[in-house]
Design a protein around this ligand. Structure first.
Ligand code: NAI
Ligand code: MG
Length: 363
């Protein structure tokens, strides 16, 4: 059997980081059973330069057909003035929309060797391993009406609308409960039912979904503002956090600062299971952008991209042992004091992008 991967390296440090993942894929393919088949396309500014669009229809079709998409990063000053519909981010938004990637998974893992680099006390974050599951295609970012209206008395009114339907809450809750079963079996759902009707419904639907299908998982509820406070105060109390688009955006950025550098953070975005095959569409990408300030210098940290591939092994291919081995290799290399510039520490050995990739591959 084959496993198809569509690679979209993008711009800036995207291709530099992706090259390190390709080395790992090539290595895994030395065992014929791995069966990875890769194809590469253009996205972002590099796609605009080639096709005048942030992603071509042909590449979009390949992304839709692949078992999983690996995405690097897009953007850079070169494309600041391209037409709005063709701006680099439009490629990412089209991928998310056309593939209907409604579940955004952002792990916050603190590697032991990096706990001292966190903005928090080392003992608070050492061994931290939480997963934030953010609803990505609904809520206040998309709800209608969404407009600025002129009230005619010198005043204007800005309107955004938070909307969630039962099915949207059910499916994101289902993803969170299923993921929890593969981890420490605990889910904390966050909303603001005290002031929001959508929060009341969120709480009811998560509770009903739990009772229906996932009563083996421990479920807690927390108001999202208190959740933000608890994430900073005692982050290790959490396993899986499930929350809406807006709260998830903020809470995952808060959680990211528990772990050290932007260059370390992977993410996954999952769609609904296909009606016939049961396979979910999925895209894996680092949280960081194209880092134009360091692009082309061979110093970018490839760990976020490599850890995104580990998520791909785990969630798209159920290759749990391989995913664990890859994550352990990252931890071991960090333990050996091998560091890229962004996570450099006193006494550590500073390396570039390819040496970091090679060290992880060797492990
Ligand atoms: P950024 O994440 O690209 O960079 C922020 C800072 O972190 C920079 O100083 C950069 O050098 C550093 N950094 C980021 N990743 C790193 C890595 N792997 N290794 C070492 N250092 C790293 O965010 P910024 O500067 O706000 O945006 C730059 C461009 O990237 C813009 O065009 C922006 O629109 C785009 N962007 C794209 C994203 C994506 O493709 N998903 C996400 C965020 C920004
Ligand atoms: Mg954000």
């Amino acid at each position: 059997s084959t496993r198809t991967l569509f690679l979209l390296p993008g711009d800036g440090i995207g291709p530099e980081a992706m090259a390190e993942v390709v080395k790992i894929i090539d290595h895994m393919n030395t065992d014929a059973a791995a069966g990875f088949v890769t194809d590469t396309g253009l996205v972002g500014g590099s796609a605009y330069d080639a096709h005048g669009a942030a992603i071509s229809d042909a590449d979009m079709a390949k992304a839709m057909a692949a078992d999983a998409v690996l995405f690097g990063a897009v953007g850079g000053p070169k494309w600041d003035d391209v037409p709005y519909e063709a701006r680099p981010e439009a490629g990412l938004l089209r991928l998310r929309k056309d593939m209907q990637l409604f579940a955004n998974l952002r792990p916050a893992i603190c590697y032991p060797a990096l706990s001292a680099a966190s903005s928090l006390k080392p003992e608070l974050v050492e061994g931290l391993d939480i997963l934030i599951v953010r609803e990505l295609t609904g809520g206040v970012y998309f709800g209608e009406p969404k407009e600025i209206i002129d009230l005619g008395n010198g005043q204007k009114r800005g309107i955004d609308t938070q909307v969630y339907d039962t099915y949207e809450i059910e499916r994101i809750a289902g993803v969170a409960f299923e993921l929890a079963r593969t981890r420490s079996n605990r889910v904390c759902s966050m909303e603001k039912r005290n002031v929001m009707k959508s929060g009341v419904l969120w709480n009811q639907v998560v509770t009903a979904t739990h009772k229906d299908k996932y009563s083996d998982v421990q479920l807690d509820h927390m108001l999202a503002d208190a959740g933000g406070m608890q994430l900073v105060r005692q982050p290790k109390q959490f396993d899986v956090i499930v929350t809406d688009n807006l709260f998830g955006d903020m809470l995952s950025d808060v959680a990211s600062m528990l772990t050290g550098s932007l260059g370390m953070l992977p993410s996954a975005s999952l769609g609904a299971p296909d009606a016939t095959t049961g396979k979910r569409k999925a895209m894996y990408e680092p949280v960081h952008g194209s880092a134009p300030d360091i692009a082309g210098r061979g110093i970018a940290n490839p760990i976020a991209m490599i850890a995104s591939f580990a998520m791909c092994l785990r969630y798209s291919f159920n290759m749990i042992a391989e995913a664990n081995r890859l994550e352990k290799a990252i931890a071991n290399v960090l333990d050996q004091g091998i560091r890229t510039g962004d996570i450099m520490a006193p006494g550590a050995r500073q390396v570039g992008t390819t040496e970091m990739g090679d060290a992880i591959l060797a492990e």
